[in-house]
Design a protein around this ligand. Structure first.
Ligand code: GAR
Length: 199
């Protein structure tokens, strides 16, 4: 059965677009909602242009009231009745209480080869460490930040004169390939990791 997918974003939404574009034809999922915590996130207009329902839950209205924010998030998500939630550049940390409500149904994309470089500034940290290979990961979301089972990774080479922006520009197109490939398997109950990239 075709799965309903809600996509959570905070910014430009390029991963959201790549997911939504993949969800046609025989693909086992369809987007049911794009939700942002940032009212002017560029991805919201892109989703609307693609005919996907959108919603905003602005975290700034909750000023330190994390549970109030997550309660509104939960209401908006339940209204869309998703089978799967994809975090795609969603830059709020979710509590273990919230993620537990969607255990086994929530994915995230992270711009590092997990378990390396959880959190922010992943490209700069890979460069500082002198890594020869970098990349991105899609993982199940559990109560631990950027934790959960890794369901796919894409690798890229790191070159001697790379800047963090160079690395980000090399990784992002791989994110756009990896996330739809992982979601396609996940929607069919297949947790076999996807491996992409030559590095
Ligand atoms: C992507 O690189 C994604 O991996 C990263 O934010 C970017 C969002 O871009 N996510 C995180 O850092 C999560 N901790 P997009 O809005 O164009 O998809």
């Amino acid at each position: 059965m075709t799965k309903r997918v809600a996509i959570l974003i905070s910014g430009g939404g390029s991963n959201m677009v790549s997911l939504a574009r993949a969800m046609t034809g025989d693909y086992p999922a369809r987007p049911c909602l794009v939700l942002s915590n940032v009212p002017d996130a560029g991805g919201l207009a892109k989703a609307a242009d693609m005919g996907i329902p959108t919603a905003v839950v602005d975290h700034r209205n909750f000023k330190g009231d994390r549970h109030g924010f997550e309660n509104e998030l939960q209401i908006a998500l339940e209204a869309a009745d998703p089978d799967i939630i994809c975090l795609a550049g969603f830059m709020r940390i979710l509590t273990p209480e919230f993620t537990a409500q969607w255990a086994g149904k929530m994915l995230n994309i992270h711009p590092s080869l997990l378990p390396k470089y959880k959190g922010l500034h992943t490209h700069a940290r890979a460069l500082e460490a002198g890594d020869a290979v970098h990349g991105c990961s899609v993982h199940e979301v559990n109560g631990e930040l950027d934790g959960g089972q890794v369901l796919g990774q894409a690798r890229v080479p790191v070159f001697a004169d790379d800047t963090p922006d160079d690395l980000a520009a090399r990784v992002l197109p791989m994110e756009h390939q990896l996330y739809p490939a992982v979601l396609e398997r996940f929607a069919q109950g297949d947790l076999t990791p996807v491996q992409l990239g030559e590095a």
